[in-house]
Write a protein that binds this ligand. Structure first.
Ligand SMILES: [Zn+2]
Length: 215
Protein backbone atom coordinates (compact mmCIF):
# COMPACT_ATOMS: atom_id res chain seq x y z
CA UNK A 1 0.00 0.00 0.00
CA UNK A 2 0.99 3.61 -0.50
CA UNK A 3 -0.18 6.75 1.25
CA UNK A 4 -1.83 9.29 -1.07
CA UNK A 5 -4.31 12.12 -1.24
CA UNK A 6 -7.56 11.04 -2.85
CA UNK A 7 -8.41 14.56 -3.96
CA UNK A 8 -6.95 18.05 -3.67
CA UNK A 9 -4.52 18.45 -0.74
CA UNK A 10 -6.42 21.37 0.74
CA UNK A 11 -4.98 24.68 1.80
CA UNK A 12 -2.32 25.38 4.38
CA UNK A 13 -4.81 25.66 7.23
CA UNK A 14 -6.74 22.47 6.55
CA UNK A 15 -4.60 19.91 4.81
CA UNK A 16 -6.53 16.75 3.98
CA UNK A 17 -5.35 13.52 5.52
CA UNK A 18 -3.73 10.91 3.27
CA UNK A 19 -5.37 7.54 2.81
CA UNK A 20 -3.90 4.13 1.87
CA UNK A 21 -4.22 2.94 -1.73
CA UNK A 22 -2.80 -0.16 -3.41
CA UNK A 23 0.56 0.36 -5.11
CA UNK A 24 -0.40 1.72 -8.56
CA UNK A 25 0.65 0.12 -11.83
CA UNK A 26 1.79 2.59 -14.46
CA UNK A 27 2.34 0.28 -17.41
CA UNK A 28 -1.31 -0.57 -18.02
CA UNK A 29 -2.51 -0.32 -21.64
CA UNK A 30 -3.76 1.59 -23.52
CA UNK A 31 -2.34 4.56 -21.60
CA UNK A 32 0.94 3.44 -20.02
CA UNK A 33 2.82 6.11 -18.10
CA UNK A 34 6.17 6.36 -16.41
CA UNK A 35 7.74 8.79 -13.97
CA UNK A 36 11.14 10.33 -14.68
CA UNK A 37 12.18 10.27 -11.03
CA UNK A 38 13.19 7.01 -9.38
CA UNK A 39 10.46 5.12 -7.55
CA UNK A 40 10.87 5.30 -3.78
CA UNK A 41 9.90 2.51 -1.44
CA UNK A 42 6.16 2.49 -0.73
CA UNK A 43 6.77 3.04 2.96
CA UNK A 44 3.92 5.35 3.82
CA UNK A 45 5.92 8.58 3.71
CA UNK A 46 3.75 11.59 4.44
CA UNK A 47 2.89 14.91 2.75
CA UNK A 48 5.76 17.15 1.76
CA UNK A 49 8.19 14.31 1.15
CA UNK A 50 9.43 13.32 -2.29
CA UNK A 51 8.24 9.76 -1.72
CA UNK A 52 4.71 10.94 -0.96
CA UNK A 53 4.67 13.20 -4.03
CA UNK A 54 5.84 10.31 -6.21
CA UNK A 55 3.09 7.97 -5.07
CA UNK A 56 0.36 10.62 -5.24
CA UNK A 57 1.42 11.27 -8.83
CA UNK A 58 1.67 7.58 -9.71
CA UNK A 59 -1.75 6.83 -8.22
CA UNK A 60 -3.32 9.76 -10.08
CA UNK A 61 -1.70 8.85 -13.41
CA UNK A 62 -3.02 5.32 -13.05
CA UNK A 63 -6.52 6.57 -12.26
CA UNK A 64 -6.57 8.95 -15.22
CA UNK A 65 -5.71 6.15 -17.63
CA UNK A 66 -8.36 3.88 -16.14
CA UNK A 67 -11.04 6.54 -16.64
CA UNK A 68 -10.87 6.30 -20.44
CA UNK A 69 -9.29 2.89 -21.03
CA UNK A 70 -12.56 1.14 -21.81
CA UNK A 71 -13.80 3.95 -24.07
CA UNK A 72 -11.12 4.03 -26.74
CA UNK A 73 -10.62 1.73 -29.73
CA UNK A 74 -8.33 -1.28 -29.44
CA UNK A 75 -4.76 -0.42 -30.34
CA UNK A 76 -5.01 3.19 -29.17
CA UNK A 77 -1.56 4.67 -28.54
CA UNK A 78 -0.15 7.95 -27.31
CA UNK A 79 0.72 10.65 -29.85
CA UNK A 80 3.71 9.48 -31.91
CA UNK A 81 6.16 11.97 -30.34
CA UNK A 82 5.32 10.80 -26.82
CA UNK A 83 6.72 7.32 -27.25
CA UNK A 84 5.44 4.10 -25.79
CA UNK A 85 4.77 5.51 -22.34
CA UNK A 86 3.85 9.04 -21.31
CA UNK A 87 6.62 10.32 -19.03
CA UNK A 88 5.73 12.54 -16.07
CA UNK A 89 8.47 14.86 -14.81
CA UNK A 90 7.65 15.68 -11.21
CA UNK A 91 10.35 18.32 -10.62
CA UNK A 92 10.30 20.24 -13.89
CA UNK A 93 11.38 23.57 -12.42
CA UNK A 94 10.52 26.57 -10.28
CA UNK A 95 7.01 27.63 -11.25
CA UNK A 96 3.38 27.22 -10.30
CA UNK A 97 2.37 25.26 -13.37
CA UNK A 98 1.89 21.92 -15.07
CA UNK A 99 1.39 21.01 -18.72
CA UNK A 100 1.40 18.39 -21.48
CA UNK A 101 3.46 19.13 -24.60
CA UNK A 102 3.47 15.96 -26.75
CA UNK A 103 6.79 14.97 -25.18
CA UNK A 104 5.53 14.31 -21.69
CA UNK A 105 3.91 15.78 -18.61
CA UNK A 106 5.68 18.54 -16.71
CA UNK A 107 4.90 19.37 -13.09
CA UNK A 108 6.53 22.37 -11.45
CA UNK A 109 6.85 23.52 -7.87
CA UNK A 110 7.56 26.77 -6.03
CA UNK A 111 7.98 27.79 -2.41
CA UNK A 112 5.58 30.58 -1.49
CA UNK A 113 5.63 32.15 1.98
CA UNK A 114 7.60 29.19 3.29
CA UNK A 115 5.24 26.58 1.84
CA UNK A 116 6.40 24.45 -1.09
CA UNK A 117 3.55 23.98 -3.53
CA UNK A 118 4.30 20.99 -5.76
CA UNK A 119 1.86 20.50 -8.63
CA UNK A 120 2.53 16.77 -8.56
CA UNK A 121 1.26 16.54 -4.97
CA UNK A 122 -2.31 17.29 -6.10
CA UNK A 123 -4.04 14.25 -7.63
CA UNK A 124 -6.52 16.54 -9.40
CA UNK A 125 -3.69 18.43 -11.14
CA UNK A 126 -1.93 15.19 -12.03
CA UNK A 127 -5.12 13.60 -13.41
CA UNK A 128 -5.94 16.75 -15.42
CA UNK A 129 -2.71 16.72 -17.44
CA UNK A 130 -3.01 13.22 -18.98
CA UNK A 131 -6.54 14.31 -19.89
CA UNK A 132 -4.90 16.64 -22.42
CA UNK A 133 -2.78 13.77 -23.71
CA UNK A 134 -5.77 11.43 -24.02
CA UNK A 135 -7.86 14.00 -25.90
CA UNK A 136 -4.82 14.57 -28.12
CA UNK A 137 -4.91 10.87 -28.96
CA UNK A 138 -8.60 10.99 -29.78
CA UNK A 139 -8.68 14.32 -31.62
CA UNK A 140 -5.10 15.43 -32.50
CA UNK A 141 -6.22 18.35 -34.63
CA UNK A 142 -7.59 20.06 -31.52
CA UNK A 143 -4.15 20.36 -29.92
CA UNK A 144 -2.72 23.24 -31.93
CA UNK A 145 -5.87 24.89 -33.19
CA UNK A 146 -5.73 28.61 -32.41
CA UNK A 147 -9.21 29.07 -31.03
CA UNK A 148 -10.32 29.67 -27.48
CA UNK A 149 -13.03 27.04 -27.91
CA UNK A 150 -10.64 24.17 -28.59
CA UNK A 151 -8.41 25.30 -25.73
CA UNK A 152 -11.48 25.37 -23.49
CA UNK A 153 -12.48 21.90 -24.62
CA UNK A 154 -9.01 20.63 -23.77
CA UNK A 155 -9.23 22.17 -20.30
CA UNK A 156 -12.72 20.77 -19.78
CA UNK A 157 -11.62 17.28 -20.82
CA UNK A 158 -8.74 17.48 -18.37
CA UNK A 159 -11.06 18.59 -15.59
CA UNK A 160 -13.55 15.82 -16.34
CA UNK A 161 -10.70 13.33 -16.24
CA UNK A 162 -9.62 14.76 -12.90
CA UNK A 163 -13.05 14.69 -11.28
CA UNK A 164 -14.59 11.55 -12.72
CA UNK A 165 -13.05 9.24 -10.17
CA UNK A 166 -13.92 11.54 -7.30
CA UNK A 167 -17.56 11.65 -8.30
CA UNK A 168 -17.90 8.05 -9.35
CA UNK A 169 -20.52 6.11 -7.49
CA UNK A 170 -17.92 4.03 -5.70
CA UNK A 171 -16.02 7.07 -4.52
CA UNK A 172 -19.18 8.95 -3.53
CA UNK A 173 -20.26 6.14 -1.22
CA UNK A 174 -17.17 6.52 0.95
CA UNK A 175 -16.09 10.08 0.23
CA UNK A 176 -14.32 11.71 1.97
CA UNK A 177 -12.14 9.44 4.06
CA UNK A 178 -10.16 12.37 5.37
CA UNK A 179 -10.20 12.76 9.13
CA UNK A 180 -9.20 16.41 9.03
CA UNK A 181 -11.95 18.91 9.91
CA UNK A 182 -13.49 20.42 6.80
CA UNK A 183 -15.33 23.72 7.04
CA UNK A 184 -18.65 23.53 5.27
CA UNK A 185 -21.32 26.13 4.83
CA UNK A 186 -24.80 25.42 6.15
CA UNK A 187 -25.92 24.79 2.57
CA UNK A 188 -23.20 22.24 1.90
CA UNK A 189 -24.58 18.71 2.16
CA UNK A 190 -22.70 16.10 4.15
CA UNK A 191 -20.64 13.48 2.32
CA UNK A 192 -22.71 10.84 0.59
CA UNK A 193 -25.80 13.04 0.60
CA UNK A 194 -28.27 13.27 -2.25
CA UNK A 195 -26.39 16.13 -3.86
CA UNK A 196 -23.12 14.23 -3.76
CA UNK A 197 -24.75 11.20 -5.33
CA UNK A 198 -26.41 13.44 -7.91
CA UNK A 199 -23.01 14.80 -8.84
CA UNK A 200 -21.82 11.24 -9.24
CA UNK A 201 -24.78 10.35 -11.42
CA UNK A 202 -24.43 13.53 -13.47
CA UNK A 203 -20.75 12.99 -13.98
CA UNK A 204 -21.38 9.40 -14.99
CA UNK A 205 -23.97 10.53 -17.52
CA UNK A 206 -21.55 13.18 -18.80
CA UNK A 207 -18.83 10.59 -19.27
CA UNK A 208 -21.25 8.32 -21.11
CA UNK A 209 -22.21 11.20 -23.40
CA UNK A 210 -18.58 12.03 -24.15
CA UNK A 211 -17.80 8.38 -24.80
CA UNK A 212 -20.64 8.20 -27.33
CA UNK A 213 -19.10 11.21 -29.11
CA UNK A 214 -15.94 9.18 -29.64
CA UNK A 215 -17.67 6.05 -30.87
ZN1 LIG B 1 -4.98 22.04 -18.69
Amino acid sequence: MVSVYEDHPGDALRINSPIPHPVPHLGTQPFPTTIAEAAPQPNGAGPGTEAFRYWVAADALSRAGQTWASSVPAGTQWHSTVGGALTANLAAGNDLNAFYDRRGLWFFRRTVAGLTVAACESPEVVEHEPGHAILDVLRPRLFNTATAETAALHEAFGDITATSKTFSAAAASTYPRSTAPIRRSSTTPPPGSTRTRSCGAATGEGLALIRRCFD
